[in-house]
Design a protein around this ligand. Structure first.
Ligand SMILES: *[C@@H]1O[C@H](CO)[C@@H](O)[C@H](O)[C@H]1NC(C)=O
Ligand SMILES: *[C@@H]1O[C@H](CO)[C@@H](O)[C@H](O)[C@H]1NC(C)=O
Ligand SMILES: *[C@@H]1O[C@H](CO)[C@@H](O)[C@H](O)[C@H]1NC(C)=O
Ligand SMILES: *[C@@H]1O[C@H](CO)[C@@H](O)[C@H](O)[C@H]1NC(C)=O
Ligand SMILES: *[C@@H]1O[C@H](CO)[C@@H](O)[C@H](O)[C@H]1NC(C)=O
Length: 767
């Protein structure tokens, strides 16, 4: 064994001294008490060591195994300025994890497994200047994630899995200079994605999946000078798409540009450097008059053909002193010649014939375009399962971020649910004319572009439930003549998506439950003339205009339960003369006036008025309703009295449970009716106190009421009714002449199947 060098021993000695002396250098760590740094690198630590000296300013925890940063993870080291957490296996950063680090200026979280940036992940980092989260798995940025980082200059989220940037994602970054989003899978940026970034000068979105220049989004970056969009799949830039007041450098190299409009950058007056290298441009025209004064235009790696057609560009470049970078790809005598070196006079066209010949020859040299695999093998995109025997294809939950291409044209059912598309571009389903059913549930879809489904001539069922839709553009359903059932429940509509149904004349059922719609205006159903079922349960509807349902004169089922309606929207029903089922449950309707259901009285079969805090029903509230009504639910209200049910001779289900009925003379008609019908009604007394909880049917106080029937007088022991403790209408009321109507014998056979689908109704049926 050889001796250790003396200096090593000395160092070890001092380290030991320090550890012993302060007792604060945690096991496995190196502490420097002069620089105030602590490094615990590659030690497989599973938590932030709790005994780090409070005065530490730099902490390096690289290469450990800390899965989760809990709230207040660094509360014992408030003086930290630099914190390195690279490669520490972090999956979750709890809200407030960095709270107390008000002096931190640099935070590195690269090479971890973070997938979501939560709303308060970075709370408390009020001095932070640089935040590095590269090489994680971030897929979602919640609004407000960066709200407290008012001093941040650099934010880097490269090499993650972002597909989409929502509105206001970076809100709060008031001093940001450079935002790096390179190497993600971004294919869509919301219009306000970068809103509020007034100081941003540099934005890197290279190596993403943008197919179009995001004009509206970029226009909202007033200070941006450098924009890097290299390595995206853009194929053309249209007129005036780049509209950025301060932009000087624009990188569009390594895209697939085949066309670049002469006025593409017309509205970016400060642009000097334009990099269009490594695209597929064969020719480029001089920029339109009034365009910015470029100094450098990079065309390297494009198949530029140096014929007479290029001459205007070359002359323009000479005159405007624009440095052209790149070489000619042909004709042969100019091949590989620098663009800057060719003279305009050399850029000639031969006779038309000779040119065609040259072109043909060139095409022969190029590899042939890819062809589809031969005949009998059925096409099936990657990460999809195609069942040929029933023509069903499923790509469910496969992590797709773009609608796959290359489905078999025989596909009938296409299941794409639980993927992350965020955005459906127009014409996303080409060559699928016989798909009947398309499933896009839970795909994080925020927007559907006009004509998103065009060409799907056979589509009948479309499922867009549980996405983030807030509106539908009028042309979104273009090219879907057969669409009959549309599911857009559990989205984020605040307004009824009117206008979109004009293109769906065959629509029968529309599901809009669980949205946040606040009112129904006239004209919302324009175009949906055949609509029969409209589901609006669990919205926030306070108001329904008269005529709101007008064009849908066949409307039969209307679910408005669990909204904020304060009255029965009688006026909205004047033209819905086919309505058979109306559900108003769980609305705060306290009072129902006379003739509330008159417009639909002839057709209505099922009326649900349960759980509404209903206190009073006018005695004429059910006017017009007669033998057609089969179900009437009134349970869970605050009714003390009810209107006369005797005209409702077709009732099969009625429920009066959980109403504080006032068992006194005004209730006599109900009491008599109960005797005659063979129905389980569940009517119980709520008042007077000594009768509370007893079944109305069992009460005999009515004996003393005027107009009592003989059937009530069997029992002789009749308690005296004390005065009610509740204020109530003057008593006794003039008794009504009660006709003796025999309740129809029940005919259950043809209603069984319908009732079987409604468990709540079934359980209330009399036996
Ligand atoms: C790190 O710790 C985990 C458990 O805490 C253990 O499974 C793993 O083997 C350790 N790795 C090394 C290199 O020590
Ligand atoms: C599947 O598609 C083929 C071709 O269109 C058709 O002949 C066949 O009937 C389809 N099978 C089913 C179960 O729909
Ligand atoms: C419903 O409206 C109220 C205000 O009228 C609002 O506070 C609430 O958040 C809304 N609910 C939904 C689900 O949008
Ligand atoms: C009526 O709507 C409510 C939701 O508001 C629902 O819970 C209930 O089941 C519906 N009633 C019937 C009978 O469909
Ligand atoms: C409706 O009222 C009934 C009777 O009070 C009650 O059992 C039920 O839970 C209520 N339903 C809802 C959804 O509030």
């Amino acid at each position: 064994m050889h001796l250790l060098p003396t200096w090593t021993i000395i160092v070890l000695f001092f380290l030991c001294i320090r550890e012993v002396k302060s007792g604060k250098c945690p096991k496995f760590c190196m502490c420097d008490s002069i620089q105030l740094t602590v490094a615990c690198v590659k030690k497989n630590l599973t938590e932030v060591p709790p005994t780090i000296d409070e005065i530490t300013v730099k902490l390096d925890l690289r290469g450990n195994n800390i899965q989760e940063l809990p709230t207040g993870a660094f509360k014992h080291t408030p003086y930290l300025t630099h914190l390195t957490l690279q490669n520490t296996g972090i999956q979750k950063v709890r809200e407030g994890a960095f709270r107390s680090l008000g002096r931190l200026v640099f935070l590195n979280l690269a090479y971890n497994n973070i997938d979501i940036l939560y709303q308060e992940s970075f709370d408390g980092l009020s001095s932070l200047k640089q935040l590095i989260i590269d090489h994680n798995r971030i897929e979602e940025i919640q609004p407000g994630a960066f709200a407290q980082l008012g001093f941040l200059n650099l934010l880097s989220i490269t090499h993650n899995q972002l597909v989409y940037i929502p509105n206001m994602a970076f809100q709060g970054l008031q001093n940001i200079n450079w935002l790096r989003l390179s190497h993600n899978s971004l294919n869509y940026l919301d219009i306000e994605a970068f809103a509020g970034l007034f100081t941003l000068t540099r934005l890197s979105i290279d190596n993403n999946e943008l197919q179009f220049f995001p004009t509206d989004t970029m226009t909202r970056l007033p200070s941006l000078t450098r924009l890097d969009l290299s390595y995206n799949p853009m194929t053309y830039l249209g007129e005036e798409v780049v509209t950025m007041a301060k932009l000087t450098h624009l990188f569009l190299d390594h895209n697939s540009l085949q066309d670049f409009s002469v006025s593409a950058v017309l509205l970016s007056p400060k642009l000097t450097h334009l990099d269009l290298s490594h695209n597929q441009l064969r020719i480029l025209q001089p920029l339109a008059a009034g365009s910015p004064k470029l100094t450098r235009l990079n065309l390297a790696g494009n198949p530029i053909y140096c014929s007479c057609y290029l001459r205007p560009l070359r002359e323009w470049a000479m005159q405007e002193r624009v440095r052209l970078v790149g070489t000619c790809s042909g004709p042969p005598h100019l091949s590989d010649e620098n663009l800057d070196a060719v003279q305009p006079a050399d850029l000639r066209c031969q006779s038309h014939e000779a040119m065609l010949k040259a072109e043909l020859e060139e095409q022969r040299r190029l590899p042939p375009p890819p062809t589809n695999p031969p005949g009998d093998k059925v096409k099936c995109p990657d990460n999809c399962i195609c069942e040929t025997e029933n023509n069903h294809t499923s790509c469910e939950k496969m992590g797709h971020t773009k609608i796959p291409r290359g489905f078999s044209p025989d596909t009938r059912l296409l299941d794409l649910r639980d993927n992350h598309f965020h955005y459906i571009a127009s014409n996303s389903f080409p060559g699928l004319p016989v798909v009947v059913s398309l499933h896009l549930q839970r795909c994080k879809i925020h927007e559907l572009e006009s004509g998103a489904f065009s060409g799907m001539k056979g589509l009948v069922y479309l499922y867009l439930s549980e996405n983030y839709l807030t509106s539908l553009s009028p042309d979104v359903f273009k090219g879907l003549p057969q669409l009959t059932y549309l599911h857009v429940e559990k989205n984020q509509f605040k307004q009824f998506p009117k206008g979109a149904f004009k293109l769906l004349p065959g629509l029968l059922a529309l599901h809009l439950e669980n949205n946040a719609i606040t009112k129904l205006e006239k004209g919302i159903l324009t175009g949906a003339e055949k609509l029969r079922s409209l589901f609006l349960t669990k919205n926030n509807i306070t108001n329904i205009a008269s005529g709101a349902f007008d064009p849908a004169s066949d409307l039969a089922t209307l679910h408005l339960g669990n909204n904020k309606l304060m009255e029965v929207p009688t006026n909205a029903f004047t033209k819905t003369s086919s309505l058979t089922e109306l559900n108003l449950s769980l609305n705060p309707i306290r009072w129902i006036g006379a003739e509330a259901f008159l417009p639909v009285a002839a057709s209505l079969k099922h009326l649900y008025l349960n759980n509404m805090s209903l206190e009073k029903m006018s005695k004429d509230s059910l006017a017009g309703l007669g033998s057609g009504l089969q179900s009437l639910l009134l349970e869970g209200n605050k009714l003390e009295d009810v209107p006369d049910f005797s005209p409702l001779t077709g009732l099969e289900v009625i429920n009066l449970a959980e109403n504080p009925l006032l068992c006194d003379c005004p209730l006599l008609p109900l009491r008599k009716w109960l005797e005659r019908v063979n129905l389980k009604v569940r009517a119980k007394c709520g008042y007077p106190p000594e009768l509370k909880g007893q079944r109305v049917k069992d009460i005999h106080v009515f004996k003393s009421c005027p107009g009592q029937g003989p059937s009530l007088s069997q029992n002789l022991k009749i308690p005296k009714v004390p005065k009610s403790t509740k204020p109530r209408p003057a008593l006794p009321r003039t008794p009504k002449v009660i006709k003796t109507i025999q309740a129809k014998p029940k005919t259950h056979k043809n209603t069984k199947s319908r009732l079987a689908q409604k468990p709540s109704a079934k359980s209330q049926r009399s036996v």
